[in-house]
Design a protein around this ligand. Structure first.
Ligand code: C3B
Length: 836
């Protein structure tokens, strides 16, 4: 620092209090200032929503302090950094999470209370940031929380969609989709960076010229838009580190095609430019089905191009050149969605930084790693060559070059094996040539990982078999995890407090293995009754939510049985609803005496269907129709209630998960890569009924087979069962419940025909096959529930065995086994208040 700079910095230091102070009055001052000066309301008169906004801004001030200092520290230390590239971040709400992480919740609650506001009430006014579809997006958000908490020099990169995941309403039992314009009332958490802007190009043509004896390619794009950065601070839990989630928003280019303005219609030109914004405007709501939509590919390129330009600029600004870039940077591809970034990095290195092919390829293959999240073939992205050629002509060239070299390598290793080349080529031949994005990712990444042990094994035997043979060392497993902050400590305070008291510490919140200490209390009768009390509190909250959203009164004495996730055939909501119909049919035919022995149940189902996924939408209607029937049948009463909770999202999950006692994770074995809600439920003392699929396998291993209800065909049996499906002797009970649907017992018989046909025909997901085993497992659930002490013991053991499923563990494994990055913890400022 020069003399002048030091003088200026001293002056600024005295002008500004370094940190907001941690006393009630300072917090109130900060909130009221924001009421008056940020949202421009009168400090004498502001409502709950405005109180939320001002509180959020006040909290953000603290995050900005911490963010700035963390980034400065990263800059000074200059460690290897990791960037997590994801098209989805399912963030949910931020206020409580930030206050808890900063250890300021109590202080803010008190400060607000004295002003006449209730934190519990105003926090409900925050809109969810729903920039993701489901598991994949939520995983990305859990990872950010863990990367911050583990003090990793990490950033997330994504898109700032103006319309997040659609809002689901149920009208007459049918799903309706409504736009989620979540930014209408502003987003206090983000910081717009108009000066961090990059041009992103599309279309046009490529020309070549000689320069210093080398061929240089020049892309002359026909369209350009600007990507503007929006930063979202992500605080770690009880650390002074705050990392960044940088989201890009598309804006009309400031410079590109200025001539067109002079050439004719000024107004038309402006309107034309305005279209640029559509690139980042909407999240595609198709979960796991790829549709070859041009706009989607534009989004992907827009996202990675801005991200890579930003990363390269940051690196060169600090190091003067790109030397050692690949030793100092790791880039994680969250699924294939950002894979076009491989070609974009090659392009930037070769065409802009003038590196040769070999050096560019060496660097590219050293920085990228790739996570696969599904074995479902319909989710594997393939772009038509023709489309890529038109939209990104230079990238298409580069992909052909990569493929040409890859095929050489293939021949060198396996000789002339045309069938293999055909299978493995990045370009799929055929009537319509396609670019297989997963193959591009596999060729260019140093590591590919699955997300649970069984899944990581399966990809080696199925979709990536050939690649496993070629590059066995690239393949790894990283079992998913969830953040125990949001998904236990913050969403379930009564359970948190009980655990704290029992373990005598809250250290488990960042070292989840410590939950093991609960095991020795599992049989303690007094502890068990407190455990039950805590569950009852959460059930009461959930019951109130159900009343509010569905208008159905449910008894908290009943067993709360839950299945909440995206609606998909492979997740088998149909198996659940067939089981419910069976239960209903039994109850209505029982004598009063028999009824006295029934365990009352509330069956709760929730989840969104992709708007174009017809069958999934029919399944929602079937659930609604069954619930109509069951809930209004006087012969059933409180013994069975069925509710479909509309608009399942992160903040609803924070109420549903703690209040559940049984949760269903019943996908056909081998189809659910991991699942992460299974971990959240188990962590909250909810027992699992599930198949040997995804992370269920490891959950059973960790908490013990006795503490989980496992049923159904195993993954290795599934292929054979599918071929033998025609010979299956269908269980009478199955045939009966299916007949009830097709005979119109629940109305809409014709509308439900495709569902009936699916399970009676090829039954790809083996619903009929697993039905008897499912009913047996459900019987075991009922029997066990009658013995509260055994049930409670299982519930305690579930929580105690969940240590492995913290995303902190997952992230530490990524850091050491894939990224090669180390923690970079900012020292706590000497005069910083507790919790800073
Ligand atoms: C999901 C998978 O379906 C889940 O099993 C898995 O737990 C999560 O990813 C996180 O790994 N997934 C998703 O939500 N969207 C996709 N396109 C693919 C997988």
């Amino acid at each position: 620092m020069s003399e002048d700079e030091r003088h200026r910095s001293d002056l600024l230091y005295t002008l500004m209090d370094t940190y907001i102070k941690n006393d009630v009055l300072s917090v109130q001052e900060s909130i009221v200032n924001h009421v008056e000066y940020t949202i421009a309301r009168s400090r004498y008169h502001f409502d709950d929503f405005e109180a939320y906004q001002a509180t959020a801004y006040s909290t953000r001030d603290r995050l900005i302090e911490s963010w700035n200092d963390t980034q400065q520290y990263f800059h000074d230390q200059d460690p290897k950094r990791v960037y997590y590239l994801s098209m989805e971040f399912l963030v949910g709400r931020s206020l409580l999470n930030a206050l808890y992480n900063l250890n300021l919740k109590g202080l803010y609650r008190e400060a607000l209370e004295q002003l006449g506001y209730n934190l519990e009430i105003i926090k409900e006014r925050e809109r969810d940031a729903a920039l993701g579809n489901g598991g994949l997006g939520r995983l990305a958000s859990c990872f950010l929380d863990s990367m911050a908490t583990e003090n990793l020099p990490a950033w997330g990169y994504g898109l700032r969609y103006q319309y997040g995941m659609f809002r689901q309403t149920i009208q007459d039992g049918f799903q309706r989709e409504n736009p989620d314009y979540w930014l209408t009332l502003g987003n206090p958490w983000e910081i717009e960076r108009p000066n961090v802007t990059y041009p992103v190009s599309f279309y046009g043509h490529v020309s070549a010229r000689e320069e210093d004896g080398r061929q240089i390619f020049v892309w002359n794009p026909a369209e350009q838009v600007d990507a503007v950065a929006y930063d979202n601070p992500i605080p770690g839990y009880r650390t002074a580190n705050t990392i960044n989630l940088r989201l890009w928003s598309a804006k009309p280019s400031r410079e590109f095609d200025l001539e067109s303005f002079n050439s004719g219609d000024y107004v038309a030109s402006i309107l034309e430019k305005q279209n640029a914004e559509s690139i980042s405007s909407v999240l595609y709501p198709d979960d796991r089905t790829y549709k070859g939509k041009e706009l989607r590919l534009k989004q992907q390129h827009f996202f990675v191009s801005a991200t890579l330009q930003d990363i390269l600029r940051r690196y060169t600004a600090q190091h003067g050149s790109l030397e050692n870039f690949s030793d100092k940077v790791a880039l994680q591809l969250n699924d294939t969605h950002p894979t076009i970034g491989i070609a974009e990095l090659m392009r930037l290195l070769m065409d802009v930084y003038k590196w040769g092919w070999t050096a560019s390829w060496e660097a590219t293959t050293k920085v990228f790693s790739f996570t696969n999240h599904t074995v479902l073939p319909e989710a594997l992205e393939q772009w038509p060559v023709e489309l890529l050629q038109e939209l990104l002509p230079r990238h298409m060239q580069i992909i052909y070059d990569i493929n040409w070299r890859f095929l050489q390598e293939l021949r060198a290793k396996f000789g002339n094996d045309q069938a293999r080349e055909y299978r493995m080529s990045i370009i799929q031949e055929g009537d319509e040539k396609m670019v297989r994005m997963a193959h591009l990712a596999l060729v260019a990444s140093h590591t590919v990982n699955g997300v649970a042990e069984i899944h990581s094994e399966l990809i080696k035997q199925t979709i990536f078999e050939d690649f496993y043979e070629m590059y066995p060392k690239k393949f790894q497993n990283k079992t998913n995890g969830v953040t125990p902050r949001r998904w236990l400590a913050f969403c379930n305070p009564p359970l948190r407090n009980l655990i704290n008291e029992t373990l005598g510490t809250d250290a488990w919140i960042s070292r989840l293995d410590l939950l093991e200490g609960l095991k020795s209390h599992a049989d303690d009768g007094e502890f068990q009754s407190r455990w039950v009390e805590v569950k009852q509190l959460a059930k009461a909250k959930l019951a109130a939510k159900i009343k509010e959203l569905c208008g159905v009164e449910v008894s908290t004495d009943a067993l709360f049985d839950v299945q909440v996730k995206r609606i998909h055939e492979y997740k088998r909501q149909v198996l659940n609803i067939l089981g419910i119909i069976h239960r209903y049919d039994q109850i209505r035919n029982m004598s009063e005496e028999e009824k006295a022995d029934v365990v009352p149940r509330v069956c709760i189902i929730g989840g969104k269907a992709a708007p174009g996924y017809e069958l999934a939408k029919r399944i929602i209607k079937l659930i609604s129709a069954v619930s109509q029937r069951v809930n209004n049948d006087p012969a059933v009463g409180d013994l069975l209630k069925v509710v479909f909770i509309p608009d399942y999202n992160v903040s609803l999950a924070e109420v549903i998960v703690p209040g559940s006692e049984l949760s269903q994770h019943i996908s056909t074995a081998g189809t659910e890569a991991s699942g992460t809600s299974n971990m959240k439920f188990a962590m909250n003392g909810c027992l699992i009924i599930g198949t040997m699929d995804g992370a269920n396998v490891e959950i059973a291993e960790e908490i013990g087979d006795d503490n989980i209800f496992i049923f159904g065909a195993l993954a290795h049996e599934v292929p054979k069962l599918r071929t033998e499906r025609a010979d299956l002797k269908v269980d009478d009970r199955f045939a009966h419940v299916v007949r009830l649907i097709s005979s119109g017992e629940f109305g809409y018989a014709d509308f439900f025909t495709p569902i009936v046909d699916a399970v009676q025909g090829s039954d790809y997901y083996l619903v009929a096959n697993d039905f008897p085993a499912y009913l047996r497992a459900q019987d075991a659930v009922d029997r066990t529930y009658k013995n509260s002490s055994i049930w409670t013991r299982m519930s305690i053991m579930s929580v105690a065995g969940c240590g492995k499923f913290s995303s902190d563990r997952t992230i530490r494994q990524y850091a050491t086994e894939i990224w090669g990055v180390e923690p970079c913890e900012r020292p706590r400022p000497p005069n910083a208040p507790e919790g800073y």
